[in-house]
Ligand binder design. Structure first.
Ligand SMILES: Cc1cc2nc3c(=O)[nH]c(=O)nc-3n(C[C@H](O)[C@H](O)[C@H](O)COP(=O)(O)OP(=O)(O)OC[C@H]3O[C@@H](n4cnc5c(N)ncnc54)[C@H](O)[C@@H]3O)c2cc1C
Ligand code: FES
Length: 257
């Protein structure tokens, strides 16, 4: 298990990506440790009389030269809303890097990355870190409607981007499992997914039926983030496991899905 840090970061930037998603760039006063896609931070929510627990967010981008770490925060409830109000120069405390990362693909892999909602951040980080030629990487992002998609165009240098919307306003209409690239799931050696539970379960079911390697990043409710409170338990083939320490990334064969 990699060493964990509890550290104050300064907010370098807070950029609204759309009405509900914000890119928060944080700068560390120290050299960042090695961080892999799928790992997350547990961030304090400051200036709130009613929120005592930290909130977990996947790491989206790392710049080891500038010692910056970025998150994409989607407003869900009170804590995430408060975090999106952070301003450049504010200080926030992080516990990081937490959890286990995705399996980094091998050079002969062809991979499909499927992200929805708050699961987009780790998928884009994995695309960047995969080390594969872009023609062997397909990135499929799903959202309700055009406005809910974040601009991922910069990531087209790491993979082919594909989109779905439920209302058909952008990309192919429907859920990610209806998209034409998903219909070709057999052409991939590894499938990775993060997002709403129903989306991941649907992806996992097809991958399991087709016997394709598939990892999912679970977003179970968390509190401590390091295996003490047991509130993030997931029943698995190896018994009940803490998602914060044994995950959040699991091979679908380990889960009781
Ligand atoms: C490992 C991990 C990585 C994550 N990465 C990201 C990320 O990159 N970007 C992002 O925007 N979000 C991410 N999330 C989800 C994020 O942690 C929650 O949205 C956030 O903690 C909600 O806090 P809140 O105070 O805004 O909501 P609350 O006020 O605590 O809750 C509002 C409502 O949302 C429900 N809820 C809270 N957390 C979750 C959850 N995890 N799943 C489903 N329902 C929930 C609550 O039950 C409640 O009904 C991640 C979660 C985990 C566990
Ligand atoms: S969040 Fe406390 S044990 Fe996982």
């Amino acid at each position: 298990m990699s060493k964990k840090f509890v550290e104050d970061f300064k907010v370098a930037e807070n950029i609204a990506l759309n009405s509900s998603n914000f890119l928060i760039k944080l700068v560390s006063p120290k050299k960042l440790p090695d961080i892999k896609p799928g790992q997350f931070v547990n961030i304090e929510v400051k200036n709130s009389d009613e929120i005592f627990l930290r909130r977990p967010f996947s790491i989206f981008e790392i710049d080891y030269q500038k010692n910056t770490l970025s998150l994409i925060i989607k407003i869900l409830g009170r804590g995430s809303k408060k975090l999106t109000e952070l301003k450049a120069g504010d200080t926030v405390n992080l516990v990081y890097p937490l959890g286990k990362s995705f399996t980094i693909p091998q050079s002969d892999d062809r991979i499909l990355l499927i992200g929805g909602g708050s699961g987009v951040a780790p998928m884009l980080f994995l695309a960047k870190e995969s080390g594969l030629n872009r023609e062997n990487v397909d990135i499929l992002l799903g959202a309700r409607s055009r406005e809910d998609h974040v601009d991922a165009s910069e990531y087209s240098k790491y993979g082919n981007l594909h989109f779905t919307t439920e209302d058909g306003s952008f990309g192919e209409k429907g859920f990610v499992i209806h998209h034409s690239v998903f219909q070709q799931i057999n052409s991939y050696s590894k499938v990775y997914t993060c997002g709403p539970d129903a989306m991941m379960r649907a992806v996992a079911k097809t991958a399991k039926d087709e016997d394709i390697f598939c990892e999912v990043s679970l977003e179970n409710l968390m509190a401590c983030g390091f295996g003490v409170c047991l509130c993030c338990i997931e029943p698995t083939q190896k018994g009940n496991l803490c998602v914060c320490t044994e995950g959040p990334v699991f091979n679908i064969k380990e889960l009781k899905w």
